[in-house]
Design a protein around this ligand. Structure first.
Ligand code: NAD
Length: 731
């Protein structure tokens, strides 16, 4: 089967069209690369061919490298994975360099054949690295197309020459947002940034590409870096301006990544070292750094969780085999913060929404939230007036439950009060079709208890969104005791429609995400009470790659919510409740009126505008820091194991049924150190024997909450890992 199709026309133009059968998006495999190279050889060797167009037979050019291949490449490389990877990468460079040199005489730089990339739509990763090796990049004027190098987002960097070419094309500073942040642009913006050369109407794309090829002169084929006297735009490292760029970039990367993301640092090293040597040597340096990153366990864990498994879950890896359950008409009960957000994401995905609240003004306010977000989008040029009208036109705000008639899904987001929830469940069920599914967005109440208010408990489910709904990527779907497969399928199809990532968990206190965040927050507050310096707690978390320290996280979610949850948990658990020492801190803060960001006073101090200043000094007066402070690693272990052990317990108890969901959910739900790939990947990285040894030490000094779960102990004894066990079970 071929991925690239080769044809020639009467004017001597060879067209290589990328069009993988049976896939909606082209992705590059090693076989595909070999085919591309063979076609390039044919074109360069054929005297009748004057030039080459590389394009796609699909609406888009390519989505990137098949990352499954990168993961496999390493496994297949036997005893010397580094060598296998390096050779594989160098074969990519050879092919792309062949395109770039296009048969020209290396001394005179004459006699090459023009190669143009004609991009009908999206061109990402290797899908842009191939065009960057061509002599000209022409894109169709397709505002939906995305052009860029997003590799850094999954823990690697553009390793097929994209790093070296883009930094030489735009200069280190100009290339930084695209390389270091994975910024994607639509074609016109990519042109103004200098990434591509030309944007033309889609219908003229191939004709324009051909015209360019036929008119190209020898000089048009020589890349700046192959021409004599090339100087890097903005200056190479030892140029005064370049020096400033590289010093600044180095500090910025360390600041942003806290040193835990190996790819960003490796990328900068490749650019820095590469800038001081000839281009072909720079490619070799890039390849060496790329191998370095691919050999780092963090990169494989990130690729596995953030790309492979995230996509598998989005495509319904754990969806019951039930017919299509896509939502046509959605009812949302409660137009507060969550309900308004749910209505917005659904309407934005093309779903009709009935938005109900207790009074009309509240329902209208809920719809107004969508209007606000759409207005913001318009200001940023992302939303048109027509799109805004279309989305708003789909939301009907009302108090009338009869309007729910015809809804195939209802999501309830009223007050967190079982009585209120029971009342709206009964009212809605009287109005919706018998086949409709009813979901609750509760964050703390057991689904199986709430289902008692339903006359159709098998059609009752939890769909737990995170706040703010429009930004948070994860949705937790909770099966109650009686929830049936069709309800799960409906929830999964809905989440897919609104383009978020689902995990499916079983019903237990706090489900999965909140269950793991609470011990993290509590451990932070507990340490403050013990006299650990608050700055040490916060910085230890950030240096582990947590986006927010535990104290900042409490400020964001609010201390009164913490107090409310603590009271309810204590009431439910009775004697078994083990967080009394933490409550001392929480309740004292609440008494002081320091409820967090919303009151502009919490563990942190805030200015009048609500901007966070520094840690609140009053904290140290109440809980004086001890003269003897623990070392950083100990604080980090306490914070990380508090979360990871809870994730393992959730797995042991059957709340989680799939470690992939545990890892993806942890990163997207509460920002669990993304570099690690999630708590299960992190424990695998540490190795079960080491993890158990740390648990034993922490348990002896800080209490039974650190006791290694039986599952982890078994693994330590048998020498297995979570992912190896999963693979052997799947085999
Ligand atoms: P909110 O107070 O902002 O909104 C609740 C809305 O429900 C209000 O507009 C209220 O008028 C309306 N309401 C109350 N009783 C009603 C009734 N009988 N009929 C119709 N409407 C009624 O609360 P929220 O933060 O949006 O939370 C809603 C639900 O989502 C709760 O169950 C909460 O636990 C859950 N949740 C909240 C968050 C969060 O971060 N806030 C996150 C996940 C889940």
């Amino acid at each position: 089967m071929s991925d690239f199709h080769y044809s020639t026309d009467a004017d001597g133009i060879a067209t290589i069209s990328w069009d993988i059968a049976g896939k909606s998006m082209n992705v590059l495999s090693m076989e595909g690369l070999a085919e591309l190279e063979a076609h390039i050889d044919t074109a360069l060797g054929d005297g009748a061919v004057k030039g080459v167009i590389i394009t796609s037979g699909k609406p888009d050019f390519a989505g990137g490298m098949d990352l499954n291949v990168i993961a496999k490449m390493k496994d297949m490389a036997g005893d010397q994975p580094e060598k296998g990877l390096f050779d594989g990468i160098m074969s990519m460079h050879r092919c792309l360099r062949k395109i770039e040199r296009a048969g020209m005489d290396p001394k005179t730089l004459k006699g090459g054949k023009p190669v143009v990339a004609a991009l009908p739509g999206t061109a990402l990763g290797i899908g842009l690295e191939i065009p960057l090796a061509c002599h000209r990049i022409i894109a169709a004027d397709n505002p939906k197309a995305k052009i860029g190098l997003p590799e850094i987002m999954v823990g690697i960097f553009p390793g097929a020459g994209g790093t070296t070419r883009l930094s030489r094309k735009l200069g280190a500073m100009g290339a930084a947002p695209f390389l270091l942040e994975g910024k994607l642009s639509e074609p016109k913006k990519a042109k103004s940034a200098g990434i591509i050369d030309e944007v033309v109407p889609g219908a003229e794309l191939l004709a324009r590409a051909k015209e360019w090829v036929l008119g190209a002169k020898d000089a048009d084929l020589v890349k700046p870096w192959d021409a004599k006297g090339y100087k890097m735009p903005g200056g190479a490292p030892y140029h005064p301006a370049g020096f400033m760029t590289f010093v600044g970039a180095s500090a910025m990367i360390n600041g942003k990544t806290q040193g835990v993301y190996p790819a960003a640092k490796a990328l900068l090293s490749a650019v820095y070292e590469g800038a001081m040597v000839p281009f072909d040597v720079a490619l070799k340096i890039e390849a060496r750094w790329f191998v370095n990153v691919l050999m780092n366990p963090s990169s494989s864990a990130m690729i596995r969780s953030l790309f492979i498994n995230k996509e598998a879950l989005e495509k319904g890896a754990n969806r019951p085999e039930v017919a299509d359950e896509r939502v046509r008409k959605l009812g949302v009960l409660g137009a507060g913060m969550m309900g308004a957000g749910i209505a917005y994401v659904a309407a934005n995905a093309g779903i009709e929404v009935v938005l109900i609240d207790a009074d009309q003004a509240a329902a209208e306010r809920g719809k107004g939230y969508s209007e606000g977000l759409l207005d913001k989008g318009m200001k940023r040029g992302k939303v048109t007036e027509a799109k805004k009208a279309e989305v708003l036109g789909r939301i009907t705000p009302t108090t009338d439950y009869a309007a729910l008639s015809g809804c195939d899904l209802v999501v309830e987001a009223v007050f967190e009060d079982p009585k209120v929830k029971a009342e709206v469940t009964a009212k809605a069920e009287a109005a919706i079709p018998e086949t409709a599914i009813f979901a609750t967005n509760t964050s703390t109440l057991p689904i199986s208890d709430l289902a008692k208010a339903s006359s159709r408990p098998e059609q009752f489910i939890g769909i737990h969104f995170f706040s703010p709904v429009d930004k948070m990527l994860l949705v937790e779907i909770i099966r109650g005791r009686e929830t049936g497969d069709r309800a799960v399928a409906k929830a999964l199809d809905f989440v897919r429609q609104i383009r978020k990532t689902p995990i499916v968990v079983n019903d237990a206190r706090f489900f999965y995400a909140n269950r793991c965040i609470i011990p993290y927050i509590n451990e932070g507050m507990r340490m403050v009470r013990e006299g650990v310096a608050p700055a040490l707690v916060e910085n230890a978390a950030k240096l582990m790659g947590m986006p927010l320290g535990p104290l900042q996280l409490v400020d964001e979610t609010s201390l009164d919510l913490g107090a409310k949850i603590a009271k309810a948990t204590r009431a439910a658990m009775g004697e078994a409740y083990a967080d009394g020492d933490v409550d001392e801190v929480v309740f004292w803060m609440v008494e002081e009126g320091r409820l967090g960001r919303k009151t502009k006073a919490g563990f942190y101090a805030y200015d009048e505008a609500g901007k966070r200043q520094g840690l609140w000094t009053g904290l140290g007066e109440k809980f004086a820091p001890a003269s003897d402070q623990p070392d950083l690693i100990e604080v980090q272990h306490r914070l990380m194991f508090a979360q990871a052990l809870e994730a393992v317990r959730a797995l042991e108890e059957g709340v989680l049924t799939d470690i992939r969901e545990g890892d993806v959910g942890a990163i997207l739900g509460w920002g669990f150190a993304p570099w690690s790939g999630g708590p299960f990947s992190w424990l695998d990285m540490l190795g079960a024997p080491f993890a158990v040894a740390v648990c034993e030490d922490l348990e002896a000094r800080f209490g039974t909450r650190f006791k290694a779960p039986a599952l982890l102990q078994e693994m330590a004894q048998s020498g297995r890992s979570f992912y190896a066990s999963r693979a052997s079970m799947a085999a």
